[in-house]
Design a protein around this ligand. Structure first.
Ligand code: NAD
Length: 307
């Protein structure tokens, strides 16, 4: 038996996200049957960036598939900041809208900080509003950014309690790295944040029981950096050339050298099929949570981790 190489467990984010989406749909159905509320998400797209349009469409499809209402607002690229603010104020006041998502990036003449701050924090399903950032940082109930929320759910599903574990988050962005670190700290991990100026990244990563990689650098983290048995959550989505698939072909890879890590890690998320599908599922969770809080209804038990 000893000569059989040990392999990591694959953390199947796709399957987990499908179960989560079914669970949300069940809860939405229950709310509707009781005549309580139908959660509604407004998605705002400014300009015609093709990638943003694809993201918006897949979010809308998921929202309707879960039995929620979806409201799309597509604005021209030259829309003024004031016009966008007017729309946000209108959505803040709209009783059918429980979540507001402004697809980023916005055109250069619009300040995303001003737009995010204009969203009612109770409807801020992206969890980017300073009120929600502050509430997360101070351990109060918050709407939490979808990607790190999904990572936390995968970690808890695999490990159970995270208390006392050494966690290293690679990347310090406002949408992934920082909220991820806050969530892990809130769940009693000992957290280190690494970033582009970190010295000796292999040693820092090597002491982690949990590694969350969110640097946006293909294959940055090598398998032989990892502590044996570490649980690895790979958030990175990087497009690299794949000549083996034919001329000019590309493929998606994460920030972790998957093949190397697979031999050392205890468990790992694949790319694609790991964290990615969890992000949209968590958007549904956040929209449902927002609707319950706005209407002062009990939140479905066990759907989202306690924060
Ligand atoms: P970002 O560019 O805003 O931040 C990257 C962070 O990584 C920075 O803090 C930087 O300091 C750090 N970094 C860069 N190079 C590094 C290096 N060599 N060593 C250590 N740290 C380094 O990126 P982001 O928006 O946080 O996204 C990170 C990755 O996650 C990207 O690949 C992005 O596509 C992906 N992403 C995936 C999802 C999803 O749903 N799966 C969601 C959001 C982002």
């Amino acid at each position: 038996m000893d000569d059989i190489a040990k392999k990591a467990t694959l953390i199947d984010g796709k399957r987990f996200s499908e179960q989560l989406r079914e669970r949300v749909a069940d809860e939405v159905g229950r709310l509707a049957t009781r005549g309580d509320v139908v959660p509604g998400l407004a998605v705002v797209l400014v300009g015609d960036d093709p990638a943003s349009r694809v993201y918006v469409q897949s979010k809308q499809r998921a929202v309707t598939a879960a039995g929620m209402r979806s409201f799309e607002h597509s604005l021209a690229a030259e829309t003024t900041q004031q016009r966008l603010l007017d729309l946000i104020h209108q959505l803040n006041a709209d009783a059918d809208v429980h979540g507001i998502l402004v697809q980023l990036p916005l055109p250069d003449h619009i300040d995303p900080g001003v737009i995010i701050e204009a969203i009612d924090p109770r409807k801020d399903v992206d969890g980017f509003h300073p009120t929600n950032v502050g509430r997360l940082g101070t351990g109060q109930g918050a709407l939490v950014p979808c990607t790190p929320l999904g990572c936390l759910m995968l970690l808890q599903a695999h490990l159970g309690s995270l208390a006392g574990r050494e966690a290293v988050v690679v990347g310090r962005s406002n949408i992934v790295g920082k909220p991820m670190a806050a969530l892990l700290l809130g769940h009693d991990c000992t957290v280190t944040m690494a970033h582009s100026r970190t010295r000796n990244l292999p040693d820092v990563v090597g002491r982690a029981d949990i590694v969350v990689a969110a640097a946006g650098r293909a294959h940055l983290i090598q398998g032989d950096w990892l502590k044996p048995g570490a649980v690895v959550i790979d958030v990175g989505i990087n497009r690299i050339a794949a000549p083996e698939r034919g001329e000019g072909k590309m493929r998606l890879v994460g920030d972790v050298d998957f093949d190397g890590a697979f031999a050392t890690a205890g468990a790992i998320t694949p790319v694609p099929g790991g964290v990615g599908p969890m992000t949209i599922a968590c958007l549904l969770v956040n929209t449902l949570t927002a609707a319950c809080r706005i209407h002062q209804l009990d939140e479905p038990e066990g759907l989202a981790p306690s924060l």
